[in-house]
Design a protein around this ligand. Structure first.
Ligand code: HEM
Length: 512
């Protein structure tokens, strides 16, 4: 045998042995659920049960929705995220216990970003764990009371007026309006001014610097989609590989913007009682305390401003886009909503006010139905932080969920379960009359999550969405245009539910 042939055989043997050991390593936990008598899905080496999500073929919420609809007779189901056992919880009473009643066992999200390579994502409130999270959350919560919303309303309302001006320009000459981008420019302006007191001018200027950098945060490339996957499903692997979600230039821009706003306020004694003020108070206080745990400064400080900013603009613009799309498809619902808005506004001297938008009950119903069909976050996640006893899978005995196990709640699945929502693909706001709501399990609907980790910006999100419709619908008739997507496909790379492509719709000015 020649030297080359024997070398090739040696290489082949070494590779086979390596592949064999890699296989053993990746499948070492694959009998975990079987051993504990928990119903589970047969995994594949390398992917576990998440092949389609891993390969970015399917949005994670849609993936778990399919799993839920197939296995909802089981209170919970064991899966494998790559090689790691994780639990998908289907039963609504168990979900209530995990999110609310026994939330101390499930207080953390999975997300772990690397402090060095991705410092802002590592420190955003969504990633913070345990006492550090609790402390930051307690301090930020007062920025989101209904009193604070009232104060911020005028700023949001001004953005609503600018939004109408932009739609008027874009729809001139019967042009289609790129709704997703237009509404994201609106929410970017609203959150910039309310949270940080900065004018992002996204509606006035399509090349606005803030919009430019924020687009980079949320437009997921394949590699960012992969980083997001690991942070959500395999945070420990991400810790090793150090993938990051935020580019250096975006982090630099955000740091600069936040510290300039802070310096301006300190120098000129500006007090706006907004989110940045709350953060600045928090920063002073912790300096005085001298407590390591509660030192909210540097990137921990910037990250909280970033979290509110990032949480605040694309979530709301995505929900607003889907609502606009459904209204375009259903002119009867659109007409009824327009009539309600116009009637309420008449009582308020034709002014969009905070009180007026609270009176629009059909608007609430249409918005709630939008968030049912398109819950912005398709999966709610938690980590079990100390061993927790679940009722045994067959209803007998107990099964102890080990600390460190990831738990996923299939929100998209629950929201499209025909048992709670007959004909779930139909967009039907009547599902949200008081009477119909009272017939359902309380946990058949939770688009903002639940319990201590419920969305902190819920009130702000609802306010900015409702303000947009109160401005737009009395002035424009919205309809499907030639480039409206025929079918909605959620972006498989993204963390939240959104379309990959632009959403074009026709806007026709109402003249009377
Ligand atoms: C339609 C709009 C929105 C929806 C549907 C939504 C949904 C959610 C959901 C499902 C969660 C996770 C909750 C859980 O794990 O139980 C969340 C968390 C969060 N949201 Fe929202 N959100 C919206 C708007 C906003 C806005 C406007 C802001 C900021 C102004 C915001 C900031 C946050 C933050 C900071 C968290 C993390 C809270 C924590 O970990 O303590 N969201 N949101």
């Amino acid at each position: 045998m020649s030297f080359i042939a024997s070398l090739l055989i040696d290489i082949f043997i070494v590779l086979t042995v390596l592949v064999f050991f890699l296989y053993l390593y990746l499948t070492r936990h694959f009998n975990y659920w079987k051993k504990h008598g928990v119903p589970y899905l047969e995994p594949l080496p390398l992917f576990g049960n998440l092949k389609e999500v891993f390969l970015q073929k399917l949005y994670m919420g849609t993936f778990l929705e399919r799993m839920y609809l197939e296995h909802k007779d089981k209170p919970y189901l064991g899966i494998f995220a790559i090689d790691k056992p994780a639990l998908v919880v289907n039963d609504l009473d168990l979900i209530r216990n995990i999110l609310v009643k026994d939330s101390q066992y499930f207080i953390d999200h999975n997300m772990v970003a690397d402090e060095k390579s991705d410092p802002l994502f590592a420190n955003v409130i969504f990633s913070l764990k345990g006492d550090k999270w609790k402390h930051v959350r307690q301090k930020l919560t007062p920025s989101f009371t209904s009193g604070k919303m009232k104060v911020m309303f005028n700023l949001v309302n001004k953005c609503g007026e600018d939004l109408v001006d932009l739609i008027e320009q874009l729809s001139a000459n019967d042009s289609e309006v790129p709704v997703k981008e237009t509404l994201t420019r609106y929410t970017t302006d609203a959150i910039s001014t309310c949270a940080l007191g900065i004018e992002s001018k996204s509606l006035k200027d399509s090349k606005s610097e803030v919009r430019h950098y924020m687009r980079k945060v949320v437009d997921f490339t394949i590699s960012k989609g992969f980083a997001g996957f690991l942070m959500f499903f395999e945070p420990q692997i991400n810790k090793l590989l150090k993938f990051k979600l935020m580019d250096k230039e975006v982090a630099t821009f955000f740091r600069k913007t936040v510290w300039e706003a802070v310096k301006h306020r300190e120098k000129n004694g500006v007090v706006r009682k907004d989110l940045l003020d709350c953060l600045m108070e928090l920063r002073k206080k912790t300096e005085k305390d001298g407590d390591e745990l509660v030192k909210i400064d540097g990137d921990l400080f910037v990250a909280q401003a970033f979290a509110i900013f990032a949480g605040g603009f694309e979530t709301s613009s995505s929900a607003t886009t889907f609502m606009m799309y459904e209204l375009a498809k259903q002119p009867e619902i659109q007409k009824r909503l327009r009539e309600e808005i116009c009637q309420v506004l008449q009582k308020h001297n034709n002014q969009v006010t905070y009180e007026a938008i609270q009176e629009m009950k059909y608007l609430d119903m249409v918005l709630y139905e939008t968030l049912r069909k398109y819950p912005v976050l398709g999966v709610i996640d938690r980590v079990c932080v100390s061993d927790y006893d679940l009722p045994g899978p067959s209803g007998k005995g107990i099964f102890t969920l080990k600390a460190g196990t990831s738990v996923y709640i299939p929100l998209c699945g629950i929201h499209s379960d025909p048992e709670f929502y007959p004909n779930p693909d139909k967009f039907d706001p009547e599902r949200f009359t008081e009477e119909n709501k009272s017939k359902r399990h309380n946990y058949a609907y939770f688009p903002f999550g639940e319990g201590p980790r419920i969305c902190i910006g819920k009130r702000f999100g609802l306010m900015q969405i409702k303000t947009a419709f109160a401005h737009i619908l009395p002035k424009f008739q919205v309809s499907i245009s030639k480039n409206t997507p025929k079918e909605i496909v959620f972006d498989p790379k993204a963390f939240i539910i959104k379309t990959e492509d632009e959403m074009y719709l026709d806007f026709k000015k109402i003249t009377n």
